[in-house]
Design a protein around this ligand. Structure first.
Ligand SMILES: CC(C)(COP(=O)(O)OP(=O)(O)OC[C@H]1O[C@@H](n2cnc3c(N)ncnc32)[C@H](O)[C@@H]1OP(=O)(O)O)[C@@H](O)C(=O)NCCC(=O)NCCS
Length: 179
């Protein structure tokens, strides 16, 4: 199993309970629904875990005292319009920290660990979309070295846990960082 407790390098986490970061497995599928808050993404999570098993995604979970407190996922083949020819990029998404655990550095640690995973696999660039109204998340990314390089309509759709088609539209800035 992969696990880190990072305090020497990268953004720090100051708490009595150590923060652990590890890969998600199929055993985490229920926990990824965050007590029902994200049950609508059940099918997406199942596919993400399958793709992680095939090496096409990386799913990282942050835990305190064995409780899930945050996550970040990476897609290792970016959408064509977000990729630079000849450069392998990781597309970061599903990045969130439970509200009780925010503003303690958990998000920054997850972002840092995600980048380390990309670097260790030879990826040169990380890409992330952020809703245009999500000022706080954008500030975190810019402080971590990301810069806006394009915009996206944020239109996409998925089948929820009941098989209903859900359509999403969240105009976003798309940021990149050279690793
Ligand atoms: C965006 C998100 C993942 C950030 O997670 P987080 O754990 O709060 O992130 P951090 O704690 O590393 O950084 C947040 C702030 O806390 C500050 N901070 C970091 N470590 C800290 C510490 N030890 N003590 C006090 N403050 C700290 C950071 O400086 C940062 O300040 P800022 O608001 O000026 O940017 C979280 O807010 C979230 O889940 N939001 C909802 C979902 C979302 O918007 N996801 C992003 C989609 S693109």
């Amino acid at each position: 199993m992969y696990k880190v407790e990072r305090t020497l390098e990268g953004p720090s986490y100051d708490s009595d309970e150590p923060l652990g970061i590890r890969f998600a497995t199929s055993e985490d599928l229920r926990a990824l629904e965050w007590e029902g808050e994200y049950v609508r993404y059940r099918r997406l999570f199942q596919r993400a875990v399958e793709e992680a098993q095939n090496g096409r995604r990386i799913l990282l979970l942050a835990e305190i005292d064995e409780q899930l407190v945050g996550q970040i996922f990476m897609q290792l083949t970016t959408r064509a319009n977000f990729s630079t020819e000849g450069v392998s990029s990781g597309y970061l998404y599903a990045f969130r920290v439970k509200s009780l655990f925010r503003n303690r550095g958990v998000g920054s640690q997850l972002l840092h660990e995600a980048e380390q995973n990309l670097v260790s696999r030879g990826f040169l660039r990380a890409v992330i979309s952020v809703g245009k109204r999500n000022v706080a998340a954008r500030r975190l990314y810019e402080r971590a070295g990301y810069a806006v390089f394009t915009e996206d309509s944020g239109d996409w759709s998925y089948l929820d846990h009941l098989g209903r088609l859900r359509e999403v539209s969240e105009p976003a800035f798309v940021l990149e960082k050279w690793l």
